[in-house]
Each structure stands twice: as structure tokens, then as C-alpha cells.
Design a protein around this ligand. Structure first.
Ligand code: WT7
Length: 647
């Protein structure tokens, strides 16, 4: 392999940092040797109602997977994110909101946010919400979305945020799975100058969700919407009538905080369940150390609250730390490709956290839209969602950060609650494309296909041998699925689903998913979900979906489709199928390429050989491997010959 350039820790970064290199090694060792002492100490960063006496209690054994942290302590997440800051920083900005339209922004102080949250919490209670209820949130990127999450946390209701880009059906499935009784939404969202019909989608979903008794609607655009009196309530009216001082409920550390649905290799999306104490501590602590957050810093994570990144690094982590967190309603290229950097200049952003897909899309626009802005406030850059290719890393470092800002390439998952493998800016020399080293308390293991742990420099599948506080606790309503998915492939360990290489310096290089999950623009999509949507079309007989390398998205969605006998494979039908999936699941699931497949490569027992389909989609047909076990080897030649070209 070619030499990789290493970027030493900059003196600027290490001088101000909470953690320098020797402190990292010292703390890491402590966290591994004595997790109870380490986390017992760290846990004091939170305000507890009743302090814990037990710290870690976790087993990864397949017949007894059980994960508990701080189990006898009690606290409230909304109290930790709001009330405890009021005395010292009540008048400090909590949220800087930047609207889709560059002319629209506002600042919300901790005191104002506290009141917003208290009022909504009281309003929800008046609608009958209580501890343990599931409340679904389907909202645009407005402060009311963060406040809705915290209002649920305040009264002990479990929130389930559904990304505003999902279809009515996807929303309905998620509401049904967790049996939500309240839905919080907005009339319309606004993204890139276009309106998103959230209430209309919510109405379509609610038609199939009798469990929903009330729908709370934020007025964002004032557009025309449908209304069902008795069920639908205006957010502003509900809040106006409620108390500005609703008390925070006392919750056990292991009481659920939220559910977040994520795609897997099989079946419907799973409800990943996170609990209160461990999750909050882990998101706060990683936010503080990975982004080296200090008082006075302006921090911006460009994710949407519909994804875990928005939960941990827009809302819970930063607010638990009393930070200033910027929330952006819009998109990177509206009104033009300078928008991100204009926002950085306008609000003097110091820490900027985004996804490689956004970097690659902006890179394509050239340097001018970046160079026409100042960006001198930037001190640290972050990346998340997929491996960042070294070219994008270098562009981010040189063009965006003027070679001044370290880049933290943070590896984690919805399931992990917070960052597990990452550089710390004052402690870790960087290698473009590597997520570098494990965070405190994190013990990665790379295993071969049989589960044998590999030592030293190696490549294999990435597992974790021990629990960390932010780990998911179960799949909502289906603990067996939790055990099956994460603890059965390599018994006794948590399997991430990612491939990984470790180099001679002990640095980790994530190579991507090794299961049937594809990573489209940093978002997870199960191939099985797209397949089941395609076969639901009346003209489709069979479908197989795989990922292929895509310049901007990282991976694109490649679908092989077999039509029913007598159906014509036309260009029109191809477009119709793309629209079908888009409408069924949401725009992020739209196939990029559809190839008509007269037959699919199957084993004699009828199993589709995806390995072959992946190779063809990757344009690597010279390397198909053993095809002798195929029932009908001739189908392969046809597929190779008719491979779609990336447009
Ligand atoms: C999958 C998790 C964690 C928030 C965003 C995605 C991939 C994530 C990185 C990174 C390489 C990464 C992995 C992981 N991934 N961050 N820095 N380098 N790969 O959350 O939807 O749960 O997806 O995203 O494949 O398993 P998610």
C-alpha cells in the first residue's frame, strides 16, 4: 500500500484542548482497566436526582444479552439540558436557528428554550400524555423540533422522531410499530425554497393509525392544510394555555429516552431503543471531547434531527453541555453553493460537523464558492456517516479549513448512541480516511469470518467486546431481534455490520458495510426494503437490490428487476418504478439505476447470489468468482452485457 501522509497534532489544537496525547492514553487505559471507576467518575458530569451506586452491568452472552448503566440512579434529561444551566447561563444562546431563507434566523436563550419546553410538556400532559407513552415527531428543522424532543423527555414520554423526508407509509409503519398516541408535526416544511407537505403526509399516515389520538401542529409556513377537529391541535394554542414551569419527571437511568428507526439487512426498520442516563452522559462527553467544546464556542452540526446525529450532536450532547448549537433548516446548495460557509461567517461558527456526501457535492462546484467566504472563525471540522475518501478529506482540510483546522472523522452508528472511533483534536495525529482510535471505554475487535480475533495490523469484521454507556439497549418490542442481529454472528460480542482494517499504528479504517445494508449519502438503506417495495408493483415479478460506487452519494442504489411475463421493459416503466419506490419509502430510497433482468443468478436452492450482482453493479465483471453453483449460469452473461452505465 502507498505511504499515507500523517498530519501531526497542531500546537494550537493541543494547547487549548481538554485532552492531549498523553492524557488520552492515560484516560483510555483507565477506562479499560477499571470501567466502573472511570464511568462512575464521568457520570458526575450529569445532575442526578438520586445518585447511582452501581455503574456498569452488561452481558453480551447470547442467552442473556442485558445492558444497564447507572441502573439505580434517577435523573431527567430535559432538566440536564435546560434547568441546570439557568442560573449560570439562562441568558446565553442555546440554539441559533438559521432558516432556509438566508434572511431568516433567530437566537433562543436557555431560558427561552426552557419555557418553550415546559409549555409543550404541559400541553402534552393536558392531552393525556404520560410516562412511557410513545410520541412521534415528524418535523422540519425548526427549534420546535428540539423542544418537542425535550418536552417528551421532561414528562418521561418516549419520542420517536421520523425524518421529514419519509413517506406517509414509512411514517405510518413507524407509528404502528411503537403504538404512538400523539404525533407532533408542522403544517409544511421549507427546504431549498420548496415546501414539504408534512401535515398532508401526516394525515395520510394517520388514516392508517387509529392509535393516534392527537396531532399537534406547528404553524411554520401558514399554508393550507386539512384539519380534523378534536384530533388536531395548534401547537401555539396548546402552549399558550400551558404552564411555563412544568416540572421534570424523575426517571430511572434505564428508563427509555427515545426510539429511532433504522434499516437493517432484513425486514422492516428496527426501533433502536436508547435509555436516559448512559445515553445522555455518552452524548455529552463525546461532544465535549471530540469537538473539544469550550464555553463561548459556536458549534454547528448540519445533520437533521430525524437521524441519530441530530439527536446526539444537535440536541442532547450540546445542550447537556450548555453549548451554543446551530440548527439549519435548509440545504447546502440553496440559494447557492456558498451557503454553508456564509452561515459560518454570519454566525462565527468555530466547530463544523458534516457528512462526506455534502463535501463531495460541494467539491464538484469548485473552490470559488468557498474561497469567496472568510471562514476564519472555523477551528475544527468533523465528518460522519460514511468513510471519507482521501480526496474529499484533503479538499475539506485545504480548501474549507485553509489547512488550519483538524478534521475529526467520527465513526459510529444509530445503535452506538454516540461516537466510538475518532480522533481527538488535541491528541491524535490524523491520517486522511481513517477514523483513527477508539474513544474512552471502547474496545474494538477485528475478527475473521469464523469470529477469530485478529491481532496487530489486520482486516476483517468490526466488533466491540464490551459495553459503553451510549449503547442501544434493545429493539423496541423485540428483544430477540436485538440479540439475533447484533450478538449471534460472533457470540459474546457486539457486531457492528462494518468491515474494518487496523494498521500498524493501531489506527482503524472502516471499509464499509459487510451486510445487505447500503449507505446512500450517509443514510442507511436496507436492500430488502427497496426490494419489497419494487415487488409490490403490479408489473414486477422479482427484484434484487445492491449498492454500487457513486461519486456523490458514496453508494448508489442499483436494482435488478424481473418483470411479469408479458410486461414490456420500457423507459417509461423504469421511471415509474423509481417514482413508485420514492413515493412508497421516501426520496432517499429511489433507485439510481434499474437494470431489466430476464433472470437473476440463483443457487439451485433458489438463493439469489448477491455477490455476483454486486460485482456486476460495481463494473467488476472480470472478477465474478465461482459461478459453478448457479442453477442457470447463462443469466450472468446477459446481466454483464446489459449493465447500466452510471449516467
Ligand atoms: C453506519 C451507521 C452515525 C451517524 C450517521 C450514520 C457508516 C458512519 C462513519 C465514518 C466510515 C461510517 C458505517 C456505520 N459510518 N460514520 N466516520 N467512517 N463509516 O448512522 O445510519 O446508523 O449508519 O454508517 O457503515 O455502520 P447510521
Amino acid at each position: 500500500m502507498s505511504e499515507v501522509k500523517t498530519y501531526p497534532v497542531s500546537t494550537n489544537a493541543s494547547q487549548r484542548a481538554w485532552i492531549d496525547e498523553s492524557k488520552y492514553f492515560e484516560m483510555y487505559e483507565k477506562s479499560i482497566k477499571n470501567p466502573d471507576a472511570f464511568w462512575g467518575e464521568q457520570g458526575k458530569q450529569l445532575d442526578w436526582i438520586k445518585p447511582y451506586t452501581k455503574v456498569k452491568n452488561a452481558s453480551f452472552e447470547p442467552d442473556n444479552v442485558s445492558i444497564k448503566w447507572f441502573e439505580d440512579g434517577t435523573l431527567n434529561a430535559s432538566y440536564n439540558c435546560l434547568d441546570r444551566h439557568l442560573a449560570e447561563r439562562g441568558d446565553q444562546t442555546a440554539i441559533i436557528w438559521e432558516g432556509d431563507d438566508p434572511g431568516e434566523d433567530k437566537k433562543i436563550t436557555y431560558r427561552e428554550l426552557h419555557e418553550m419546553v415546559c409549555r409543550l410538556a404541559g400541553g402534552l400532559k393536558s392531552l393525556g400524555a404520560k410516562k412511557g407513552d410513545r410520541i412521534t415527531i415528524y418535523m422540519p428543522m425548526i427549534p420546535e423540533a428540539a423542544a418537542a424532543m425535550l418536552a417528551c423527555a421532561r414528562i418521561g414520554a418516549i419520542h420517536s422522531v421520523v425524518f421529514g423526508g419519509f413517506s406517509p407509509d414509512s411514517l405510518a409503519n413507524r407509528i404502528q410499530d411503537c403504538d404512538s398516541n400523539i404525533l407532533i408535526t408542522a403544517d409544511e416544511g421549507l427546504r431549498g425554497g420548496r415546501k414539504v407537505p408534512l401535515k398532508k403526509n401526516a394525515d395520510a399516515a394517520m388514516a392508517n393509525c387509529p392509535s393516534i389520538k392527537h396531532c399537534v401542529v406547528v404553524k411554520r409556513t401558514g399554508g393550507d392544510i386539512g384539519w380534523q377537529s378534536g384530533r388536531d391541535v395548534w401547537h401555539h394554542e396548546l402552549c399558550a394555555q400551558a404552564s411555563p414551569d412544568t416540572p421534570a419527571a424523575e426517571m430511572s437511568a434505564e428508563d427509555p429516552l427515545f426510539i429511532l428507526y433504522t434499516s437493517g439487512s432484513t425486514g422492516k426498520p428496527k426501533g433502536v431503543l436508547h435509555t436516559t442516563g448512559g445515553y445522555l452522559l455518552f452524548s455529552a462527553m463525546t461532544h465535549k471531547y471530540v469537538f473539544d467544546y469550550h464555553d463561548g464556542d459556536i458549534y454547528w452540526c448540519t445533520a437533521d434531527v430525524g437521524w441519530v446525529t441530530g439527536h446526539s450532536y444537535i440536541v442532547y450532547g450540546p445542550l447537556a453541555n450548555g453549548a451554543v448549537t446551530l440548527m439549519f433548516e435548509g440545504v447546502p446548495n440553496y440559494p447557492d453553493a456558498s451557503r454553508f460557509w456564509q452561515v459560518c461567517d454570519k454566525h462565527k461558527v468555530n466547530i463544523f460537523y458534516t457528512a462526506p456526501t455534502a463535501i463531495r457535492a460541494l467539491m464538484r462546484e469548485g473552490e470559488e464558492p468557498v474561497k469567496s467566504t472568510d471562514r476564519s472563525s472555523l477551528r475544527l471540522l468533523g465528518s460522519v456517516g460514511e468513510p471519507i475518501n482521501p480526496e474529499a478529506w484533503k479538499w475539506y482540510h485545504e480548501v474549507v479549513g485553509d489547512e488550519r483546522c483538524p478534521i475529526v472523522d467520527t465513526w459510529w452508528q444509530t445503535e452506538t448512541g454516540g461516537i466510538l472511533i475518532t480522533p481527538l483534536p488535541g491528541a491524535t495525529p490524523l491520517k486522511p480516511g481513517s477514523a483513527t482510535r477508539p474513544f474512552f471505554g471502547v474496545q474494538p475487535q477485528i475478527v475473521d469470518a469464523d469470529g477469530k480475533p485478529l491481532e496487530g495490523a489486520c482486516e476483517g469484521n468490526l466488533c466491540m467486546t464490551t459495553s459503553w454507556p451510549g449503547q442501544m439497549r434493545t429493539v423496541f418490542g423485540d428483544h430477540e431481534r436485538f440479540v439475533q442481529t447484533y450478538f449471534s454472528t460472533y457470540p459474546g460480542r457486539y457486531f457492528t455490520g462494518d468491515g474494518c482494517r487496523r494498521d500498524e499504528d493501531g489506527y482503524y479504517w472502516i471499509t464499509g458495510r459487510v451486510d445487505d445494508v447500503i449507505n446512500v449519502s450517509g443514510h442507511r438503506m436496507g436492500t430488502a426494503e427497496v426490494e419489497s417495495s419494487l415487488v409490490a408493483h403490479p408489473k414486477v415479478s422479482e427484484a434484487a437490490v445492491v449498492g454500487y460506487p457513486h461519486d456523490i452519494k458514496g453508494q448508489g442504489i442499483y436494482a435488478y428487476v424481473t418483470l411479469l411475463v408479458g410486461e414490456e421493459p420500457t423507459e417509461e416503466l423504469r421511471k415509474e418504478l423509481v417514482q413508485w419506490v420514492r413515493k412508497d419509502i421516501g426520496p432517499i430510497a429511489s433507485p439510481d439505476l434499474i437494470q431489466w433482468a430476464p433472470g437473476l443468478p440463483k443457487t439451485r436452492s433458489g438463493k439469489i447470489m448477491r455477490r455476483i450482482l454486486r460485482k456486476i453493479a460495481e463494473n467488476d465483471a472480470s472478477n465474478l468468482g465461482d459461478t459453478s453453483t448457479l442453477a442457470d449460469p447463462s443469466v450472468v452473461a446477459d446481466l454483464v452485457e446489459n449493465r447500466m452505465n452510471q449516467g
